[in-house]
Each structure stands twice: as structure tokens, then as C-alpha cells.
Design a protein around this ligand. Sequence first.
Ligand code: A5P
Length: 233
Amino acid sequence: MITSDLPPIVKAKKRVGEAAAQQVKEGMVVGLGTGSTAVFFIHALALRCREGLKITAVATSLQSQFLAQQLGIPMVQSDSFTTLDLTVDGADEVDELFQIIKGGGGALMREKILAQSSREWVVIIDETKRVKALGQFPVPVEISPFGYASTIERLQQRGYQGKIRMENHLFFVTDNQNYIYDITFPDPIVDVQGKDIELRQISGVVETGFFYNKVSRLMVGTLDGQVVDIGPV
Ligand code: A5P
């Protein structure tokens, strides 16, 4: 691929993914994020591995796991890791308090498990993902297939309007064999933590796409060609 032909937003994702790969040090156990920005990180990390860097990795999705395996990154059994040194992942929206919406790719549950298991959680975004307040991007909620219609009714009764995610005319199924209900907020979200807690209290809700109090470092690829490193925060 001739990179000079890429649109500025893709170049921004690529640059920030490559910059994040430089954060990885010898011997680390590394979490691999999911999404188009994380793909650039995984490629850049694989290149460093080919140049001699010794690490092991765990992926936040089957998609990232397959890519990493194809590129030759040594992977840890996903049922045996405990603490990771560093995870690098993308995001759909990041507000001024470093609260985040993730899960546009449906990998929110594994992404959150790795975020909470990592000593450092580095988020990589292009600058269009930075917002004053969260809420323009629908908030994904992973729900159990068992009783999903009832869970959605409970969500809607509490005012959480949205729709079940579809893929090729079928329900989208996560790597954990669950469904996703994407909530649309009519206004900017004011109490992210409160909403997250309320959503988790509904049985059938497995995970939400709200991430807060987790970011160690935010790296932003700008459309004019910079990588701005905000943090540690
Ligand atoms: C995957 O489930 C998501 O959380 C992604 O990390 C997020 O959607 C960002 O993806 P892009 O880097 O493709 O924008």
C-alpha cells in the first residue's frame, strides 16, 4: 500500500498506532486492542518482533488474535493470563475527563477485561474521537441472548432507547456469544458512571461500552500529521 495515498484520518490512525508500538519494551506481556487503529499498532508491533523484540501478547478479540498470529506475534493462552504490562487499544469517543465509549467493533467485554488487568492502558485515537461530552456515538451494551427481548424491554423502560446490532440481516454475535444493544442518547451524557452502574444492575446486561478511571495515557494522531501524547493522566 502506498501510504501517501491514504486519507488523512487513516494516516493519523497509522501514525498513532506505530508510535504506540514504540512504548512496548522487551519481555512485556502486551494486550492487543481491536479496531482499525489497533490494527496499525499490531502491524507495527509485529515488525518490532521480527526485528528481535521478545514479548508475548493477549488479544481483545478473535479478529486481533488471528491477525497477531498471522503476523507471528507470540500469544499467551487467553484463559491463563493474570496481569499484563501494557494494553494498547482504540476508542470510539474520549471526553475531556478521559471517559470513553468503546465497543464499536463489539469487543467491549474482552477490551474491559484487558484494561482492568493491565498495569498501563494506553488509548490510541485519531483526533476526531475527542469530544467535549460523550454521547454522539451510540453506547454498546453486551446482553445475554437468553431473555434478550425482556432485557431490552427493561432497558427501554428505564429510558435507554436503542437497537439490537445486526450484521448481514442476522443478530451480531460477540466473541462471547452474546448480542449487542446500541443505546442512542438524545443529549450529551452527564453522569457516565451513574449510567454505567444503572445499566449493570439490569440482569441480562453483561457489559457496557463505558470505560472510565482506566486510561494511563492517551495518544492522539492529528490530521496535520502529529502524534500528541497526553499523559500519563
Ligand atoms: C472495538 O470493539 C472498539 O472498542 C474499538 O476499539 C473502537 O471501536 C475503535 O475502533 P477504530 O480504531 O476502528 O475507530
